[in-house]
Design a protein around this ligand. Structure first.
Ligand code: ADP
Ligand code: ZN
Length: 218
């Protein structure tokens, strides 16, 4: 059983790699961004509140986020490990997580800003199954249709130039300091660098997997 955090800027590939590692490691993935997008779809007071933050590229308040996290943990079968994608993003969230569970390693994705901006602006997502595509280098076989389930592809409303800029800013200011937090607590790191736009996800996933093997976590 392995408990992991996958950490990196918006567009660094957290979701893409986490969904592939899920199969390889036999773990659950908790992606707070995906959960929030589901909450926003339901037009409730909570959904409307979450939407206000997301569409500006700001973090949803910690109290809401923590509640969502706890509910997700409650659904993980006993004895099964997990990958957290998009959590923690603030110091408060990291501390709260430490009270709930132990983290075996942090997978840190290091990706330059120019790649992030390129990727996010051409990212498309399946409305039906959530599969992630990219019009530049991870193209669907048929235009705007999901390879896996034939669902329609859409562009996330926060993948626009202004909101992307804000999300990167928020990451650098509020989330990046968490790397120091985990280093101080001697949590092992698997660091992978992506320096080209067209590195296939499989290559990155293999690199992450090797890093986990070295730590005897895979
Ligand atoms: P990305 O990493 O590409 O920005 P996510 O899908 O992880 O995309 O997150 C989308 C949005 O959801 C964030 O910009 C933020 O508004 C909200 N969100 C997701 N996870 C958290 C979190 N742990 N704390 C606060 N807000 C979050
Ligand atoms: Zn699909």
């Amino acid at each position: 059983m392995v408990n992991l955090v996958i950490f990196g800027a918006p567009g660094s590939g957290k979701g893409t790699y986490a969904s592939r590692l899920k199969e390889k490691l036999g773990v659950e993935v908790i992606a707070t961004g995906d959960i929030f997008r589901e909450i926003v779809k339901e037009d409730t007071p909570l959904g409307r509140k979450v939407k206000e933050y997301m569409e500006k590229g700001l973090l949803v308040p910690d109290t809401i986020t923590l509640e969502v996290l706890k509910q997700s943990f409650a659904k993980i079968p006993k004895g099964k490990g997990f990958i957290l994608d998009g959590y923690p993003r603030t110091m408060e969230q990291a501390k709260a997580l430490d009270e709930i569970t132990r983290i075996d390693a942090v997978i840190h994705l290091i990706v330059p800003d120019w790649i992030i901006i390129e990727r996010l602006s051409s990212r498309r997502i399946c409305k039906n199954c959530g599969a992630i595509y990219n019009l530049l280098y991870l193209k669907p076989k048929n235009d705007m249709i999901c390879d896996k389930c034939s669902g329609k592809l859409y562009q996330r409303s926060d993948d626009t130039p202004e909101v992307i800029k804000k999300r990167i800013e928020v990451y650098e200011k509020q989330s990046q300091p968490l790397l120091q937090y985990y280093k101080e607590r001697k949590v092992p790191f698997v660091e992978v660098k992506c320096e080209k736009l067209d590195v296939p996800p499989e290559v990155m996933v293999e690199e992450i997997f090797d890093g986990l093997k070295k730590l005897k976590l895979a």
